[in-house]
Write a protein that binds this ligand. Structure first.
Ligand code: GLC
Length: 472
């Protein structure tokens, strides 16, 4: 089968969040099963771009509204990632360092989608399926079906994967002039509450839709940032497939970012050495339980609750634990997290940045990972933590509910709580401290979670079945 993934992010070319990890891994696992998986993404100006060799495979032009654009498609020459990686270059729009966050993101991703379709419509053969990810690429199924220029590819089946339904790509109807000439009888497919809503449009027009966990799909029927009724209406074509993790990248036995490698059978010493190194770097006491948080410092992840919870936990339990935070995001959260650092020197530290290497060292060296998320479509960090023997402390929501069982339950291994509140977080930190002091139990929990199969294999099969169900 030939599968073309279209995405804004793909690790290691460009990563903002979990979307990149998924799009960097799933195609690799599909290729390993003998399928031909490709990824096309914008040509962000990243290290990976300059560090690798590329060849030009296509040049084309298109109009968007009143403007005329040239675009170039380049391909990574060596199949380094285990699949073909293509990037779209559009001078003035897709030639930036960051993936998102510009005032003209609407124009940038509209142009990206048009360029991708211009390119595919010129192929001599057709892919078996086009797999689009999140709202940045969710207008593609509509454009394939209803823009006259793409009628030769209108029959290719499409799958939309929703990694996060909070962001929908809303734009005013004035932007409809950017779309290549289309069948205006179909305006209803674009519309949601008098705006163009790309995510809603993708849900309506794609042949099938999936979210990245079954639990999250269930929640979307009640809370979907305005799309609840649409999910209820379209439920027949929706399903939930839990993400896997890339075992080639996330393996404590081979991880080159960490100080000391360890495996499932013999991890106590390796984990200890990694913890020692991490504690030395941040002047923590290695005998205390180490809690970490890694991720975007945003409301969805409940990062705003961290500063208060951490202070409260120090007040309540005394200096009985250490805590290290890595991430960046909303400036008010960044500020409060940094402000408390002065008060708890030797017990607490915040690193306001994105740092892939440090994140690996933290998974390897920590005891507990905090994930109090308000919304978590799947969550990968809890799975990385589990693979590295770090106990996930999670709020029961979306994919976290689907992947973590509380250690108080049969066969459990994590710490789970119900509310994204300071009360619940502090209480759970307390349970973590208690578990840390019960060494035989901690060992049992670590053993159990490190042996859980979190790899992509099962989910890769599920995606293939989903493709088969839409290929005519
Ligand atoms: C988004 C979601 C996260 C999910 C990831 C990959 O970042 O917030 O929960 O794991 O996408 O699907």
């Amino acid at each position: 089968m030939e599968i073309l993934h279209v995405s804004a992010e793909c690790y290691p070319m460009a990563k903002v969040g979990g979307l990149a990890d998924v799009v960097g891994a799933l195609p690799k696992y599909q290729s390993a099963l003998g399928h031909f998986a490709k990824v096309v993404m914008p040509m962000h100006r990243t290290r990976f771009l300059t560090d690798n060799e590329w060849e030009v495979v296509h040049k084309g032009t298109f109009d968007m509204g009143k403007l005329h654009y040239d675009f170039t498609i380049i391909k990574e020459k060596t199949n380094k990632l285990g699949f073909d990686l293509y990037c779209v270059d559009i001078y003035g729009l897709l030639d930036r360092e960051k993936v998102y966050g510009y005032n003209d993101d609407t124009e940038r991703f509209m142009a990206f989608q048009i360029a991708v379709l211009e390119w595919i419509s010129k192929w001599h053969h057709k892919p078996d399926v086009i797999h689009v990810h999140d709202h940045h690429t969710a207008l593609i199924p509509f454009m394939m079906k209803y823009c006259y220029a793409y009628s030769n590819i209108s029959n290719i089946p499409t799958l939309l994967t929703i990694h996060n339904a909070q962001y929908q790509g809303w734009m005013g109807w004035d932007k409809s002039m950017y779309l290549p000439s289309w069948d205006t009888w179909r305006w209803g497919q674009l519309d949601w509450n008098n705006n163009i809503n790309p995510l809603a449009c993708g849900i309506k027009c794609a042949d099938k839709v999936n979210t990245v966990s079954p639990g999250y799909l269930g929640e979307l029927m009640q809370h979907a940032n305005g799309l609840e009724s649409l999910f209820n209406y379209e439920m027949g074509k929706c399903s939930g497939i839990i993400n896997g993790i890339d075992y080639a990248v996330w393996n404590p036995e081979t991880d080159t970012f960490i100080l000391d490698n360890y495996n499932l059978k013999d991890f106590t010493n390796g984990k200890h050495l990694n913890k020692q190194a991490l504690c030395r770097e941040f002047q923590f006491d290695e005998n205390l339980p180490l809690f970490i948080f890694i991720g975007r410092l945003v409301n969805e992840k409940a990062a705003d609750l961290l500063p208060g919870s951490i202070q409260w936990a120090f007040q309540k339990f005394g200096e009985k634990f250490c805590c290290l935070i890595l991430g960046s995001g909303e400036s008010s959260v960044e500020y409060s997290l940094q402000a408390i650092a002065r008060r708890y020197v030797g017990y607490y530290n915040t690193q306001i940045k994105y740092n892939e290497k440090l994140s690996h060292q933290m998974y390897a060296g920590a005891d507990f990972l905090l994930m109090p998320s308000r919304i978590e479509p799947c969550g990968l960090n809890q799975m990385y933590a589990m693979r590295y023997g770090t106990v996930p402390v999670v709020r029961r929501t979306g994919g976290l509910r689907d992947t973590v069982i509380d250690y108080g339950e049969t066969d459990g291994y994590g710490i789970c709580f119900n509310n994204p509140s300071m009360d619940d977080i502090v209480y759970s930190i307390g349970r973590g401290i208690e578990l840390f002091e019960n060494k035989p139990k901690l060992l049992e929990v670590r053993n159990r979670m490190m042996n859980i199969n979190l790899s992509w294999e099962t989910s890769t099969e599920k995606y293939l079945n989903l493709y088969h169900s839409i290929i005519h």
